[in-house]
Design a protein around this ligand. Structure first.
Ligand code: APR
Length: 229
């Protein structure tokens, strides 16, 4: 079966990485306009680097959980799986997943806003860092901010049109274009399943849903899918 998986912050919540919109979520403690937009970065790059340096350090010390491990097992099964994540942590990779499609970029990446070069981000970035290629003081986290185009959209769109099953895991279904993936898959004839702690904003768009902590419901679902062949 051709399966497209979309994960959000909820898949990493039990690894100790906060979500964005739950009680005391990241956006209840930070103004996203200041730390997750190009305008915020232009206004105060040091504040934005500090925000991502803290998240990078936090993510570095996190350990993947049973949900990440189960999705790795699913990728290794006979099914054809595209694993798309909105998350910028590397817990899918830490669990052994390969070819993870990071549509919002990754904390592990750095980007030169001048020449477009990319490299592995140091643990702490600062506005005075120089691009290793063009030496411009124009480095930024390789993170897709609000108002910017997410990465790999053509490949994701093609996979959604060709999928037998689309599964959203641990996402509130509030941020587009990811929140619209279920409609594209459903419109193309795929089955759709939401695996979440509680019904998301997109719940009505899914044909099926199971609720509970990702570390419990994702392994159970993966075992069923692999057993079904
Ligand atoms: N198991 C499963 N789901 C969980 C768990 C858990 N242990 N804990 C929380 N959740 C669910 C919440 O119920 C919620 O629906 O995960 C979802 C998290 O929603 P958000 O905090 O909005 O995170 P996400 O959907 O990934 O946000 C999307 O918004 O700010 C941007 O770029 C950012 O990628 C992010 C995007």
């Amino acid at each position: 079966m051709r399966i497209v998986i979309l994960t959000g912050a909820g898949v990493s919540a039990e690894s100790g990485l906060g979500t964005f919109r739950d009680k005391d979520g990241l956006w209840t403690r930070y103004d996203l306009a200041e730390v997750a937009t190009p305008e915020g970065f232009a206004r105060d790059p040091a504040k934005v680097h500090d925000f991502y340096n803290a998240r990078r350090a936090n993510a570095q010390s996190a350990t993947h959980n049973a949900a990440h491990a189960a999705l790795c097992r699913l990728q290794a099964s006979a099914h054809d799986v595209m694993l798309v994540t909105q998350n910028v942590d590397s817990l899918h990779e830490q669990a052994g997943s390969r070819d993870v499609v990071h549509m919002h970029g990754a904390l592990s990446g750095a980007l030169c806003a001048r020449c477009g070069d990319r490299w592995t981000a140091p643990l702490a970035m600062s506005p005075t860092d120089l691009c290793p290629s063009c030496a411009a003081p124009a480095t930024r986290p390789d993170i897709v901010w609000f108002g910017e185009m997410p990465y790999h959209m053509d490949a994701i769109h093609a996979a959604l049109l060709d999928a037998d099953l689309f599964v959203a895991i641990g996402t509130s279904g509030t941020v587009y274009p990811a929140a619209g993936f279920v409609d594209i898959a459903d419109g193309a004839g795929a089955d759709t399943l939401e695996l979440n702690l509680e019904p998301s904003e997109a719940r009505s768009a899914f044909a099926d849903a199971r609720y509970g902590p990702a570390s419990e419901i994702v392994p159970a679902w993966v075992d069923e899918i692999i057993a079904r062949g």
